[in-house]
Design a protein around this ligand. Structure first.
Ligand code: NAD
Ligand code: SER
Length: 317
């Protein structure tokens, strides 16, 4: 049995990715690992390990001894949290990547998934339909770490034949777990307040357009990229990926179709400057060409699904 590990499994993406991978490979073949003591959503169905990605020796021992061949490395600080602790964010976002890339270079790991972000772009990047190849001058520590990570992934592929694959995820929207401290989190928070019948205080201004994607699409994209034949992949830094783009005001109008009395007010904070430096929409034609990517969720489908499934009791921990 070839084993897979998801590191950072308890987060917004990990909780859904582990379930999808277990469906595909079998529960016992997919190890969920995170620095957290446990993860109730994942413990029941398969192996769970407490693991700190910064503990290089423990990670190496685990992967080598258990003969783990496929690694999904999700542990990171996201954009807003990273700005509050830039030194640690740089360390966490980079050191773990080197640990896994080196294991692949030495032949212990055969395939790596490492997510990048729309945060690799910056204020000098064309903001509409941002191309795969363009100016990249990120201004956040998160964006700088993701851009550096992309360059290292491509370097390890070119120099050491490491099969590392990556997606520049847009803001991800989901209902099974809460987001972990990003600038796009408003587009998840808003649904909880709408369901609770409360006015939502939005930390971005009403006309801030950002690229977004429903989690089901993001998980499917991840699995499709990881399944794609090696020779079809022309991008070894990270693929642009697009779902749908919208502003807080457009999202509110869509929610109001289901909850007409819903209200939003705007109180932009430090995250506004981050959002203003990111693309409004993404050109993902290379992903469509190379591995037949196509999104399923438009804004109306996404809003309907979120409102049907969001459970405000999640907010109580
Ligand atoms: P998240 O914050 O929800 O989850 C990250 C997980 O990593 C948490 O469970 C956390 O406990 C764990 N972790 C933190 N430090 C760790 C350590 N030292 N060792 C092991 N685990 C540790 O993040 P997410 O939204 O699931 O994002 C996962 C990855 O996807 C990140 O690399 C992020 O940059 C990237 N990404 C996410 C989005 C998004 O919208 N969610 C968009 C673009 C890129
Ligand atoms: N959703 C992420 C963030 O806002 C984008 O990488 O940080």
């Amino acid at each position: 049995m070839s084993k897979t590990i998801v590191i950072g499994a308890c987060g917004q993406i990990g909780t859904e990715l582990v379930i999808a991978l277990r469906k595909k490979h079998g529960n016992e073949a997919v190890i969920a690992a995170d620095v957290k003591n446990d993860c109730p959503a994942l413990l029941a169905d398969g192996p769970y390990l407490k693991l700190d990605i910064l503990d290089r020796e423990s990670v190496r021992t685990l992967i080598i001894n258990q003969e783990i061949k496929e690694v999904y490395l999700l542990a990171a600080l996201l954009s807003a949290t990273a700005e509050k602790n830039p030194d640690f964010a740089w360390r966490l976002n980079m050191e773990g990547l080197f640990t896994i890339l080196d294991l692949a270079k030495e032949g212990f790991v055969s395939k790596i998934f490492w997510p990048s972000s729309i945060a690799v772009f910056g204020p000098t990047t064309p903001r509409e339909h941002t191309p795969q190849y363009t100016i990249m001058e990120p201004t956040t520590v998160y964006g700088i770490s993701k851009l550096a990570g992309e360059r290292w992934c491509e370097y390890y592929f070119n120099k050491h034949h490491v099969d590392v694959r990556s997606i520049r995820y847009p803001g991800l929207i989901s209902y099974t777990s809460l987001p972990g401290g990003g600038t796009t989190d408003y587009a998840v928070d808003i649904f909880y307040q709408a369901k609770l019948g409360k006015t939502y205080s939005c930390f971005l201004s009403e006309n801030t357009a950002l690229p977004m994607m429903f989690m089901e699409d993001a998980i499917r994209a991840t699995l499709e990229l990881m399944n794609a034949p090696k020779e079809k992949l022309t991008v070894r830094s990270s693929y642009n990926l697009s779902g749908c783009s919208f502003t807080p005001s457009e999202l509110t109008s869509e929610i109001k179709k289901h909850i007409p009395e819903f209200n939003i007010e705007y109180a932009p904070d430090f995250r506004q400057a981050i959002a203003d430096s990111w693309p409004k929409s993404i050109d993902d034609s290379q992903a469509r060409l190379d591995w037949d990517w196509k999104e399923k969720y438009s804004i109306d489908h996404l809003v309907k699904t979120m409102l049907e499934n969001v459970d405000p009791s999640l907010l109580n921990g």
